[in-house]
Design a protein around this ligand. Structure first.
Ligand code: SAH
Length: 257
């Protein structure tokens, strides 16, 4: 792997956590997009159980909680994010319905058939889209929904530079048509897919990082790993600006057959 093509996964976890904990969102998304995805989900009630996997500090979970009834469990691998998550839920007086727990999406702590909705924005890639679809299905009730956002190709062919970047960062990136077929094969009715608008990357993701990068570099002055992490994020933002016609995030909503 070339230095240029380093991906976020190659950095020290603590440093990554510290960087991302300063942001409201840890991946591309927006309140509007969360609400749009939620609009495809029918039949929720106060008795519903929703899990948000790879919730980070809970930007999207809290939007969900304010707009959907039921009990919501946010789960993330990193305790730093979950601590922040629970503080955020408390600040909004949502702690009765919203709980953050530390755990891994490859070992879910739920009972089989217990969930009405599995939500996951910009996080299923951690175990891979197909694996997540297949392994999480048994935790849903029949007729339960899966709603996930995932990096996807918009075009059949791409310039070599961006192709190489993604083959290294996440080789499972694929076209929307192929992802929908995977969803169908895994036993879901593909209810809806939509492309996240550009502002999910710019206004809601890369732009808030500019101030965070400045503070982060001040705090870690002279530390090579911190400098590389910031350089990596800046490089990613530049790639996005250059190649956004070829890829983006797509929401996939499916219903368990
Ligand atoms: N959903 C949030 C965060 C997306 S970033 C948002 O859209 O803003 C991806 C998240 O997945 C990070 O918070 C990371 O800590 C979490 N993560 C990575 N591996 C995980 C795993 N195995 N289980 C649970 N969460 C994981």
């Amino acid at each position: 792997m070339s230095a240029e093509n380093k991906s976020i996964h190659d950095f020290d976890f603590e440093l990554i956590c510290e960087y991302y904990a300063r942001l409201e969102r840890q991946g591309p998304g927006s309140p509007d997009v969360t609400l749009k995805a939620l609009s495809f989900i029918e039949g929720l009630s106060a008795a519903s159980r929703i899990a948000d996997l790879g919730c980070g500090t809970g930007g999207q979970t809290l939007v969900l909680a304010r707009n959907a009834p039921g009990q919501i469990t946010g789960m993330d691998l990193f305790p730093t994010f979950i601590e922040q998550f629970n503080r955020n839920a408390q600040a909004l007086q949502l702690q009765e319905r919203v709980t953050g727990i530390v755990g891994s999406m490859d070992d879910l702590p739920f009972q089989e058939g217990a969930l009405d909705v599995i939500w996951s924005e910009g996080a299923i890639y951690n175990i891979g889209f197909e694996r997540g679809l297949n392994e999480w299905r048994r935790f849903l009730k029949p007729g339960g929904y899966l709603a996930v956002s995932e990096a996807s190709w918009f075009t059949g062919e791409r310039p070599a530079e961006i192709n190489a970047f993604w083959q290294d960062a996440y080789p499972e990136i694929d076209t929307i048509a192929n992802k929908v077929a995977q969803m169908q094969r895994a036993g879901y009715v593909p209810v809806a897919t939509f492309v996240l608008p550009e502002d999910c990357w710019t206004r809601h993701f890369y732009e808030p990082q500019v101030a965070v990068q400045r503070e982060f570099l001040e705090k870690h002055a002279g530390e090579r790993a911190a400098e590389e992490l910031v350089a990596n994020q800046r490089h990613e933002a530049e790639l996005y600006a250059q190649y956004k016609a070829c890829y983006g995030y797509v929401f996939y909503i499916g219903r368990k057959l």
